[in-house]
Every structure is written in C-alpha cells, then in structure tokens.
Design a protein around this ligand. Structure first.
Ligand SMILES: Nc1ncnc2c1ncn2[C@@H]1O[C@H](COP(=O)(O)OP(=O)(O)OP(=O)(O)O)[C@@H](O)[C@H]1O
Ligand SMILES: [Mg+2]
Length: 668
C-alpha cells in the first residue's frame, strides 16, 4: 500500500505536482560543473574580446583618469590649508615626499599669479583653474562609458551570431533532446550575463586594478606608515572575495539552469496552448509554473544572500580601515611628523583607493555569474553536429538524376535499431509508396534521405554515390519535403512560398501556386500573396497550409520528393485539390511517399510494405493483394470499409464522378 493512500486526494495531487516540479528542478542541477572547463570557456570568451580590444583599452585609460582626477580636489584643499591658510605651520613640518603634489602646486601658482600674490588671489587661481579643468573630466566619463559599451555590444553581437550559426548547424537529434525554450534562454539570458561581464567587469576590472596600483604606490610615497596601515585590510579582503566568489558562481549556475528550465516549460506550453485549454489544464499549468518558479526563487535568494554577504563584508572592511588610518595619522600630526592638510589629503585619497576595491568585490559576483553563463554558452559550441560533412565533400556538375538506393541500411535513434537491413532501389522519376502499421519506421526511413540522420550501418546512394560524400547544402537543394505537420513561419504567404527558393520571381511564385492548387484561395485572401498567416501559419486551415507547403515544394523544383501524407482526412474538396496538386508535383521526380490514401498507393510505381523496421513485401497493388500478406491485411482494415461506404454513397446519390478528379478516378 502506498503511504499516501490515506491522505486526502488534493494533498496527494499536490504532492505529485511537487514531485514533478522537483524532478524538473533536479534535472537542472544534475549538470556537472568543472572549474577547469569554466576557465577554458573564459579563455575562449576572452578571445572574442580581441578584435574590440582597442575600445576596452581606451575605456580603461579614460577610467583610470576619471578615478585619479577627483583626487585633485583633496589635494587642493590640503594645499589651501597648509600652504595658503597656514594651518600646518611651517611647510618643513611635513615629510619632504608628502609635498610632491604641493610643490607642483607651488610651481603652478608661482608661474600664474606669482608666489608673492595675496592669499585670496592664490585661492582664486587655484580653485578657478580646477573649475576650468573639471569639465574635461565629464568628457572622459562620457568616453569611458561609450567605448566600454560599444566594445561590449560588438563582442556580444559576434558571440550571439556565432552561437546561432552553430545551433543552426546542429543535427536534428540535438533539437529533439533540448527544449527550444532552453536554447532560446542560452541565446538571450546567458548571453546577457556575458554582456554584463564585458560591460562592467572587463573595463572596470582593468581600470580599478590600475587605479589601485597607482594610488597604492602614491600613498606609499606620501606616508609609508599610514599607507601600510591602510593596506592591512587587503589580505582579509582577498580572502572574503575568494570565499564568496566560489559560492556565488555555484549559486548563479543553479539560477541560470532554473531559468532555462522555466523558459523551456513556458515555451512548450505556450506553443501547445490549444491542448492546455481544450483539456482545461490552465490551473494545473499555473501551479506547475509556480512550483518551478518557487524553486528558481529559492536559488535566487541563495545567490542574493551570498552577494549581500560579500558586499557587507567588503563594506565593513573598507569603512573600518580609514578610521584606523586617521587614528594613526592624528598621532603623527600630534608628534609634528605630518601636517593636518596632508592627513586630510591622505584620508580623502583612501576613498578613491577603497572605492575600486569595493567595486572589484561587487565585480566578483558579476564575474562569477558571467563565467557560469559563459561556460554554458561554450558548452553548446562544443556540441558537434552528428550529421557531419566530410572535409573533401563533393558536388556534381549539373543536377542529380535521382536514383536512390538503400544498401543494407540499419538505423536507430539510440542503440535500439529501428530500421533493420533495408535494401531498396528506386529509379529516377519512380514513385514509391511506403505503407505499414504505425511505428513500422516509415518516417524514419524517409528522413534518412535528406540526411536529417545518418545511417548506423550500410549506405544510402544517390546516382551511385554515398550521400555522405556530397556537400550537405548542395545535396539537400535537390530534395523537397512535404510533411504531415507542415511548418509555416510568421510572415506573408509569399514569404512562406519563397522559403523553397528565395531567389524566385513573382511569376514563378504564382506559377507554383497554380500548380499547387493554392492560387485561388490565396487570391481570395484580403491581401492576396501578402496576407500575413500568423505564427506557424495559425490563420490558415489545415488544407490551406498543406497546399502552401506543396507550392513551396513546387517552387523548389526538387529532383527527389519526400512526402509524408497527412493521416487525418480532409473534406473531399480539399482532398481533391491536394491530391491533384501532389500528383502534379510528383511528375518527373523520384518520389518517396508515405501513403495513407488508396489513391496515392494505386498511383505509385511500387508499393513497399514495412513492418517493425523491415521491408516485408514490395510490388504492385494487385500482386500484393493476391499475396494475401500484410498488405492485404492493411488494405482490408484501412480501405475496404471506406470503399464500401463510398460505393454506397455513390449509389444513393447516383452521382456522376468528375473525370478530372484523380481521387475519384482511382477510387472508381
Ligand atoms: N526522435 C526519435 N527518437 C527516438 N525514437 C524515435 C524517434 N522518432 C521515432 N522513434 C521511434 O521509431 C519507431 C519508428 O517511428 P516512425 O516515426 O518511423 O514510424 P512510422 O512508421 O512513421 O509510424 P506512423 O505511421 O505512425 O507515422 C517508433 O517506435 C518510434 O518510437
Ligand atoms: Mg510516420
């Protein structure tokens, strides 16, 4: 007995839902993380920065200046205090090196108003010059942000393009393993995190490290004792950054995986919204989403907690340190080793010293997040297309003739063989109909021809050459497919037809549409060929979609035609139009057709009967019927009943059949 048996059904249901969400969330966690691989991914990513390196160098240099220039203000204040207002007593009271900046200002004033000028005049020229100089600082701020931004955008532009190109090159099996939403999430949210890395991290890291080095060196020359006191926090700071960095990276990886799971879920349920609504499962879907989202929230809370700890720790360190420095410094002033002006200047400089330090701490979180995302991005780059193109792949002069041979072909999606030892020769222009029970492997077989998958054993030859020798795009340009579930894309009817051959002109489109029996219905649409058909062609009927797909194949003018007939029968008018279009399309092309309609089967030059991955019979309709084998069984189960109904209807209506209707002709 199950332990939940005694629980109320609602609770049990909720438990089940939780289990589903937990399983989905667990799947996201199962991906192993490998620091070495992460580092390698980072190096590969940095290679992307190279072409835009000049942007980052300029931005970083501007940045360093930006952080150093504000130090002029405390320098000026210290100078005014010590050298103009005279709070520091005699200038000799301060250490000689500490006066390096003050001496420069002495020099400047001597060469502008003259060292003998009144205090007011010296203050005026000093602070006036500062006011004139500072607007240039604003310009530098602009250039820093601008160049860092442009550089970042360029890198991401290239990275995203390359990633999409790589994804497009992957084999069908990849798309069957991965959910489309999760692929989208890599292209969007992971890439956005990587962008964050460049935008913030790359330039800031450089800039801040450089600022720390320059300022640190300067502080040392200003007053060694005070500087060493200020540096005392550094080891603690480094320890805290390293400690939290690791954990933040882990948490961020979990967040990104959770996000990608959630987008996968949303994308799938959005595209299947009809089923969700028809089965009134909205509430269940909402609850499943809430659960997934909660699991994401938990991860995010962990990530936020770690980032906050990290920030608090470094804030604490950089706030305490100046107090100690002022303490030590004040004692120095008391002993006459330091002027108040220099102490003030030193204290103000500490702000610009700890500022970058603080930012690097925050950056550690950004870098951790980004490196997790970057690793996920390069994981995709590492996936090789299973259907590979040979290095020395060939194209033949002219078009192919279309002789197709299956030579002892074996195939399985995994180690389980689905097709077993298929041998079959199809002559150019021949129409071969594949029939057989559901799951026999018919669709699998025809998908091997355009190399959507590669055979496991044996070979498929076209015009006598193994199809793996051909250049994929060249070879596929001679193949047209019309499938059960015809996929159309957002755009106009014309765009969708042109998908078959983008360089075709309007006349060719119309010609193809006439041949595909689609022209009349297209013309009757509000905008004709420019009518928008909605996502996946949702604004069209099933029969209309099919005729657009046939038109698309017509325009392509393929040598080898692959048809997977729709199983669900359309109304007889639609059937007639489609059948006539298909018959026209097959003329002069090698055709492999998975047939569900008797008319198509009778039309074929050869019928191939498949069962459990093998060819069990082949021949003409009459011969196969006479054999009394599987074909005979299928025929009886599928068509005899339909025929008798058809005949009865014909008798009742006493209808005269339309001789131009190939469907009626065959059935008669
Ligand atoms: N992508 C896939 N991954 C794993 N197994 C698959 C995949 N596609 C199909 N199969 C399996 O391969 C077998 C043959 O499927 P296939 O689609 O070729 O059958 P079919 O003859 O076209 O059937 P139907 O007439 O119902 O369309 C089935 O057992 C199916 O479960
Ligand atoms: Mg099928």
């Amino acid at each position: 007995m199950l332990s939940t048996a005694g629980k109320p059904p609602n609770l049990r249901k909720a438990r089940k839902r939780d289990a589903i969400a937990d399983a989905i969330a667990r799947r996201a966690d199962e991906i192993e993380r490998d620091p070495k691989r992460e580092r390698q991914a980072m190096l590969r990513f940095l290679a992307y920065l190279k072409p835009s390196a000049h942007y980052f160098v300029i931005a970083s240099l501007c940045g360093v200046t930006i952080y150093l220039v504000p130090n002029l203000i405390p320098t000026a204040v210290g100078y005014v205090l010590d050298h103009i207002l005279g709070t520091g007593g005699s200038a000799s009271a301060s250490p000689a090196k500490a006066n390096a900046l003050f001496r420069m200002l002495d020099f400047y004033i001597a060469h502008t108003v003259g060292s003998g000028a009144s205090k007011a005049a010296r203050i005026q020229v000093l602070l006036g010059s500062l006011l004139v100089f500072l607007p240039f600082w604003g310009i530098l701020v602009f250039f820093r942000a601008y160049f860092a931004g442009i550089g970042g955008q360029r890198v991401i532009f290239k990275l995203r393009n390359d990633l999409y190109e790589h994804i497009q090159s992957l084999s069908l099996s990849y798309f069957q393993r991965e959910r489309s939403g999760s692929i989208v999430s890599r292209l969007t949210s992971d890439v956005a995190l990587a962008q964050n890395f460049i935008g913030n991290a790359c330039t800031n890291l450089w800039m801040d490290s450089l600022s720390i080095l320059i300022l640190g060196g300067f502080l040392l020359t200003l007053d060694r004792k005070l500087a060493l006191t200020a540096f005392a926090v550094l080891p603690l700071w480094i320890l805290s950054v390293r400690l939290f960095g690791q954990q933040i990276r882990k948490a961020s990886h979990a967040v990104q995986e959770g996000l990608s799971e959630m987008s996968g879920q949303v994308q799938e349920k959005m595209s299947g919204v009809t089923v969700v609504q028809a089965f009134a499962r909205e509430k269940r879907e909402v609850r499943l989403f809430h659960r997934l989202h909660r699991s994401l929230l938990v991860r995010q809370v962990t990530a936020v907690r770690l980032a906050s700890f990290n920030m608090a720790m470094s804030n604490l360190l950089t706030t305490i340190a100046p107090v100690i420095v002022v303490w030590v410094g004040a004692l120095e002033v008391l002993h006459g080793k330091l002027t108040p002006g220099t102490l003030l200047m030193f204290w103000a400089f500490l702000g610009t010293f700890y500022g970058p330090l603080q930012r690097i701490t925050d950056l550690a979180a950004v870098i951790s997040n980004a490196s997790a995302a970057i690793e996920r991005i390069f994981q995709i780059f590492d996936i090789c297309p299973e259907v590979k193109e040979k290095e020395n792949a060939i194209t033949l002069p002219g078009r192919i003739h279309g002789k197709v041979e299956f030579d002892h072909v074996w195939f399985g999606y995994d180690e389980n063989p689905i097709l077993k030892d298929i041998s079959l020769t199809i002559q150019p222009g021949e129409v071969v109909a594949f029939v057989g029970p559901s799951g026999a492997g018919k669709s699998t077989l025809i998908q091997l021809v355009p190399r959507l998958y590669d055979v496991t054993k044996g070979a498929i030859r076209v015009d006598g050459r193994d199809i793996r020798d051909f250049k994929k795009s060249w070879f596929r340009s001679f193949i047209g497919m019309v499938l059960q579930d015809n996929i159309l894309f957002t755009g106009s009817i014309r765009d969708n037809i042109l998908y078959g051959r983008p360089d075709a002109d309007d006349d060719a489109v119309v010609e193809a549409a006439i041949a595909g029996n689609a022209h009349d219905f297209i013309e009757s649409q509000a905008d004709g060929y420019d009518t928008e058909i909605g996502e996946r062609g949702t604004k069209l009927s099933g029969g209309q979609k099919q005729r657009i797909a046939i038109t698309r194949a017509f325009l392509r003018d393929p040598r080898i035609l692959i048809l997977d007939e729709a199983t669900s029968a359309l109304d007889s008018e639609s059937e007639r139009l489609i059948q006539a279009a298909l018959n026209r399309l097959m003329i002069g092309r090698t055709t492999l057709i998975i047939a569900h309609r008797l008319s198509t089967i009778l039309h074929a030059d050869k019928i191939v009967v498949m069962d459990k991955g093998r060819i069990v019979e082949q021949g003409k309709h009459a011969d196969l019927l006479a054999n009394g084998g599987l074909y005979y069984e299928l025929y009886k189960a599928q068509f005899e009943h339909a025929l008798s109904v058809h005949d009865a209807a014909k008798e009742i209506l006493n209808e005269e059949s339309d001789s131009s209707d190939p469907y009626a002709e065959h059935v008669r």
